[in-house]
Design a binder for this molecule. Sequence first.
Ligand SMILES: NC(=O)c1ccc[n+]([C@@H]2O[C@H](COP(=O)([O-])OP(=O)(O)OC[C@H]3O[C@@H](n4cnc5c(N)ncnc54)[C@H](OP(=O)(O)O)[C@@H]3O)[C@@H](O)[C@H]2O)c1
Length: 277
Amino acid sequence: MSSGVDCDLAILGCGTMGEAILAGAIRANVLDPRRVIVTARRPERLTELSERHGVYTSSHNAIAAARAPVSLLAVKPQIAREVLLDPDLQGSLDGRLLVSIAAGTRLEQLARWSPGAQLIRAMPNTPCTIGEGMTVLSPGSGSTPEHLLLVRRLFEAVGRVRVLEERHLDVVTALSGSGPAFACVVIEALADGGVMMGLPRDVAIELAAQTVQGAGRLVLQTGTHPSALKDSVTTPAGCTIAGLLTMEDGRIRSTLARTIQEAAQVASSLGGPSDEP
Ligand SMILES: NC(=O)c1ccc[n+]([C@@H]2O[C@H](COP(=O)([O-])OP(=O)(O)OC[C@H]3O[C@@H](n4cnc5c(N)ncnc54)[C@H](OP(=O)(O)O)[C@@H]3O)[C@@H](O)[C@H]2O)c1
């Protein structure tokens, strides 16, 4: 391949999240795998990505970034600084769009580490893989409305998108970024109850997952407040109110709310100190 701009997107650090976006966007026909180049650290990971998706691969971020007008930074936040401060990469990103999904890594830090790039921060989640993602975008310095539209289109192909001010991104990271893990615990716990009462495990998981999905869709599609939907299925002296009171005894509301609070606090520190050069 030539070393010119022959790709539409470079994914720098294509791990769990990078691959979720890649797979979802290919599935939605928004990305042509033959116009995507991805990087990772381990050669076996690159082989896996090439075989699975038919994308170009490189172990050099600078080479990948030079081949596309848009780079998606998808490495762990702890190494974002080191990756961006690579002098070769800086040259490759100058005048190009850099979209960072690194949790807790602020636009101001990205601008310091990659001063020549136009910046957008994004916080997606793993359901992007199946087109059911939730992504929040925050545009940064140098990015234009056209850039935002382009990135919006990419993420809309793999789920819902909101544009919010950057000050909300730590709580977004906790709520929708980490949220799939929290929702899986809820699904697993509901299924455990089913198993306890005699359902086979696979049936219990299917029922729990489809029920959580259905309830979520009901909230989104009807626009009805969750408490109103809950009240509508709560018959006086019935089994639903009996279960709800047990949940309240276990302080499930404050436990889940504090889960988001705690995760947001940790998210805010993932990008390292803001005075680090
Ligand atoms: N996971 C989520 O649910 C989620 C949700 C929202 C946002 N995020 C954000 O997404 C980012 C990635 O998270 P993840 O869970 O996808 O992590 P991950 O699975 O560990 O992926 C990171 C990738 O970076 C690669 N890598 C490591 N050092 C590199 C380097 N110097 N140059 C190029 N690539 C390098 C790794 O390669 P190897 O595979 O070869 O080691 C790996 O493929 C994080 O910043 C996180 O905050 C994650």
